[in-house]
Ligand binder design. Structure first.
Ligand code: GDP
Length: 483
């Protein structure tokens, strides 16, 4: 997400940091670089113009107060960060709940923008907060849309009001109206209406959206836009703004390698905040959009706040508490704890996505892209092939046990050895870290096998020791040449 933009920003700040005393000329050059980077990322010209003008004015304003050798570049960075946050809509806005439930949320946008997927994501998000949402299938156009909504609704345990089969059959306005009535009678606290899109903006699409809007007077109309459609995102947003109107924006597919800047211009151009962002196809790939966190991420400072929140969500309360208690009481981490952590990490989504939230992720682009996600599954398989005793006490792992574990998990003995070595090193690191700082709210994590590091930092695996065994067969097993 925005890797190119992030590395261009890093380049501009790198140059500023290398200056003894920053001059007006340096600021102008840095701003020119930023301007080019924003335009390349598809940020709308008008937004780029006002952004660079504001940054330039503020930067030149504070320039005389900056001392050579002090944090001049950081001061300029703060100016850029603040302006970028402004473009992205300033502070995060939340859904306005209806005074008298249900709160009615209508989704609008082009076909393929991700509305149906979003309906389920939103429903799950609010269900987890104690709401009782219901989904309404008013997209009666797109083939299979009704069925898809039923499937995703079921997957998150949320009912779906779908009296019509869709595929061109049924009246979407009536479905929306009846759906809201049904929701009210069944005391649902929230209604999320999926509406039809078209491949492009057309009059019929707008008419239908307007008719649904007028039939149910939603508390929130959310315009859903695919970040990958480039410059069209702004045009489409303006057409929906002029047609049906909307209260907030949801950007989807921010996980793509798209330039995405166009979608980011929408808040500035329409004056409507980006409220949520979707970063993948899975239900969990979704969050509130925080302009300040996104700005920090674009500027290469990572998004540790979101990372910590996701970790909190993934580790259920009991697991997190147990791990923290173990950590503070000085007890050893066992492979059972590690397994729980791996399970939680799988729940947190892809490792690439997690890593990309770390500060400096822009510079780790290649490593993140090349990260082998299946490594977690393979590591889990090794741990799961161990007996409870082995998981608790690695010392019992002699050659034959290691060979059995390797066979059981479909790995080589050398893989088992590597995991054991690294885990032993991690246990040591945990002990050392006991009084040190881990990410708040995030239980400490031992490093992953195969060169993958936990977000807590890098513990080096010990140098591979020579085999202690004098037995050649055992040595061969330990080296992984027999498996
Ligand atoms: P709709 O026509 O607006 O209802 O769009 P859908 O919800 O059917 O989404 C269109 C496609 O985009 C589906 O294949 C979704 O799985 C996919 N999709 C939705 N949101 C995201 C996202 O945030 N990232 C990615 N990569 N794909 C997404």
């Amino acid at each position: 997400m925005f890797q190119t933009l992030t590395s261009r920003f890093a380049g501009a700040f790198g140059t500023l940091r290398s200056r003894g005393k920053i001059s007006e000329k340096d600021i102008e050059l840095a701003i020119e670089e930023i301007r080019e980077a924003l335009l390349e990322a598809d940020v709308a010209l008008a937004v780029v113009e006002s952004f660079t003008e504001n940054v330039q004015n503020h930067a030149l304003e504070i320039l005389p107060t900056l001392q050579a050798g002090s944090n001049q570049a950081e001061a300029i960075y703060s100016v850029v960060n603040k302006e970028l946050t402004e473009i992205l809509g300033g502070g995060a806005r939340r859904i306005r709940f209806a005074k008298k439930p249900p709160t009615v949320i209508m989704l609008a946008g082009l076909q393929g923008a991700g509305k149906t997927t979003l309906a389920a994501k939103l429903a799950k998000f609010y269900k987890d907060q104690g709401e009782t949402p219901i989904l309404i299938a008013s997209d009666l156009q797109r083939p299979n849309a009704v069925n898809q909504l039923q499937v995703v609704g079921q997957s998150v345990g949320v009912p779906v009001f779908a009296p019509e089969p869709g595929n061109g059959i049924g009246n979407p306005v009536k479905v929306a109206r009846d759906g809201v009535q049904f929701a009210t009678s069944k005391l649902h606290s929230m209604v999320i209406i999926d509406t039809a899109g078209r491949l492009g903006v057309d009059a019929a699409l707008m008419q239908e959206a307007i008719a649904i809007r007028d039939a149910v007077t939603p508390d929130e109309i959310l315009f859903v836009v695919d970040a990958m459609i480039g410059q069209d995102a702004v045009k489409t947003a303006q057409a929906f703004q002029d047609g049906v109107g909307f209260d907030g924006v949801v950007i989807t597919k921010l996980d793509g390698d798209a330039r995405g800047g166009s979608a980011l211009s929408i808040a500035a151009l329409t004056g409507r905040p980006i409220m949520f962002a979707s970063v993948g196809e899975k239900i969990s790939d979704f969050d509130i959009f925080y302009p300040e966190r996104m700005a920090s991420r674009i500027l290469g400072m990572g998004d540790v706040a979101t990372l910590a929140e996701q970790a909190k969500k993934a580790f259920d309360g009991d697991t997190a508490k147990k791990l923290e208690d173990k950590f503070s009481s000085g007890e050893d981490f066992t492979l059972d704890d590690f397994l729980e952590q791996l399970e939680a990490m799988s729940k947190m989504g892809s490792m690439g996505k997690l890593l990309s939230m770390l500060p400096g992720a822009g510079q780790m682009k290649k490593q993140i892209e090349n990260f082998d996600e299946s490594e977690i599954t393979r590591t889990k398989a090794i741990v799961q092939s161990m007996t409870p005793l082995e998981r608790r006490d690695l010392k019992v792992l002699n050659g034959s046990r290691r060979a059995r574990i390797a066979t059981g998990s479909g790995r080589k003995v050398s893989d088992v050895n590597a995991l054991v070595d690294k885990f032993t090193a991690a246990q040591k690191m945990m002990k050392q870290m006991r009084n040190g700082g881990s990410i708040p709210g995030m239980p400490p994590m031992p490093p992953m096998p195969s060169g993958m590091r936990g977000p807590g930092g890098a513990a080096k695996a010990p140098q591979k020791k020579k085999s202690k065994s004098g037995n050649p067969a055992k040595r061969a097993l330990e080296n992984g040449s027999i498996s």
